[in-house]
Design a protein around this ligand. Structure first.
Ligand code: TXA
Ligand code: MG
Length: 370
């Protein structure tokens, strides 16, 4: 039997629900209640785990300087031990404490995009323990813009290491409920400030190479980065259409299975009319075999499909809305227990590049071009 939910009412302004021992605490997104932030900050200071909202997805935070606390992140998420964790700061100046080299281009990006969904890979200082960066010579740093995230980092008095707050391999959480579904009973608190604004994770850019390289497309588009620093490369793994066999993977996390729903998923890419027709055919074939079919569509195509479950990401050219809905819809298909998900490919402009990167991985590179 699941553990009963009950109300913690010891302090009137600290009322939350407990789920399997994890405190689920609602926080005001615009003016976070300081008492609630302090409750969570005390958990961080004592080496515990706090899930918190950022503008991209919910993160699973621990004191970046406390090796035992970081070990708990790996355990709670079942994260592969070779996958380094992003360190979150609340003051731009802290980048100079965590990194030993911050070049001109990096400073330009910081000025333009922090606080915000951009993670910089820099040569690291010796401040963070090895386990946070899994022994690498580099460190991933970002300053989020979410007010709850900033307040938590400030009150904790230490940088906060935080991967996305999902079980390893699952879609990233864009709502506190997703965090609870994956991690209740494994973490101390989740601060709930409602759905996240962007919906895909930060862009990860390697600043240690002569030409900066995007390792993971995300919340800041390739076009925007290029407009600020001129030359930016997309690492092959960021735009891969197949599983890559790299002897030396630059971002170790990228070689693991990611964003995967329970259902078998395929992604159909190409000219919109052809994509719709192919999906109609595939859906009919699966349904004839008695399988429950889910289609991940767009507003323009939604009504063209007959399937058990049809969900729209948003309008075809509105990549911001598509990004915001993506992970939630993948989780909804799981809840509705579809056997198969067939997804439409989208444009790679703007946030579409990040969306396609996630869709291809979610489909385990089961891609059909039409
Ligand atoms: O938006 C985000 O970035 C969210 C929120 C919570 O901030 N965080 C997030 O963390 O997505 P995570 O752990 O799910 O993804 C971090 C990615 C992984 O692919 C990891 O391998 C890469 O960043 N990474 C971390 N440190 C790195 C390093 N030193 N060098 C190269 N890649 C690194
Ligand atoms: Mg993640």
């Amino acid at each position: 039997m699941p553990a009963p939910d009950y109300i913690v009412a010891s302090k009137p302004d600290n009322i939350g629900k407990k789920v399997k021992g994890t405190l689920w605490l609602k926080v005001n997104a615009k003016t976070p209640e300081i008492e609630k932030i302090r409750t969570a900050a005390n958990v961080i200071k004592n080496g515990g785990l706090v899930a918190f909202p950022t503008e991209t997805v919910y993160g699973l935070g621990a004191d970046a300087l406390n090796p035992e606390a970081i070990a708990k992140i790996f355990e709670a998420k079942e994260r592969p031990p070779d996958n380094p964790i992003i360190v979150h700061i609340a003051d731009k100046q802290d980048v100079y404490k965590l990194a030993r080299e911050v070049q001109k281009n990096a400073e330009k990006l910081i000025r333009r995009f922090w606080p915000g969904p951009l993670t910089l890979i820099l040569k690291r200082s010796s401040l963070v323990p090895d386990i946070t960066v899994v022994g690498l010579d580099t460190i991933a740093i970002r300053m989020p813009s979410n007010k709850v995230a900033l307040a938590l980092i400030n009150e904790s008095g230490s940088p906060i290491a935080a991967p996305s707050a999902n079980l390893a391999g699952k879609p990233s959480p864009t709502e506190a409920q997703h965090v609870i579904n994956d991690l209740a009973g494994r973490i101390d608190i989740v601060l709930d400030a409602g759905p996240t604004k962007i919906g895909v994770e930060s862009t990860v850019i390697d600043m240690t190479t002569p030409i900066p390289k995007i390792l993971r497309p995300g919340g800041i588009s390739y076009e925007k980065l290029k407009s600020v620093i001129g030359s930016v490369e997309l690492h092959p793994i960021a735009v891969a259409e197949k599983k890559m066999r790299l002897t030396k993977v630059p971002s170790p996390g990228m070689k693991h299975r990611h964003y995967a729903p329970e259902a078998e998923m395929s992604l159909i890419e190409g000219e919109p009319d052809k994509v719709v027709r192919r999906i109609q055919e595939l859906a009919a074939l699966h349904m004839a075999k008695g399988r429950k079919v889910g289609i991940l569509a767009t507003d323009e195509s939604q009504s063209s499909y007959e399937a058990d479950v049809v969900k729209s990401l948003g309008s075809r050219n509105d990549t911001e809305t598509i990004a915001k809905n993506l992970f939630r819809l993948l989780r909804e298909f799981d809840r509705e227990k579809v056997d198969v998900i067939i997804a439409e490919g989208v444009t790679r402009r703007g946030l579409g590049l990040a969306v396609m990167n996630r869709l291809r991985r979610a489909a385990n590179f089961n891609i059909l071009k039409v």
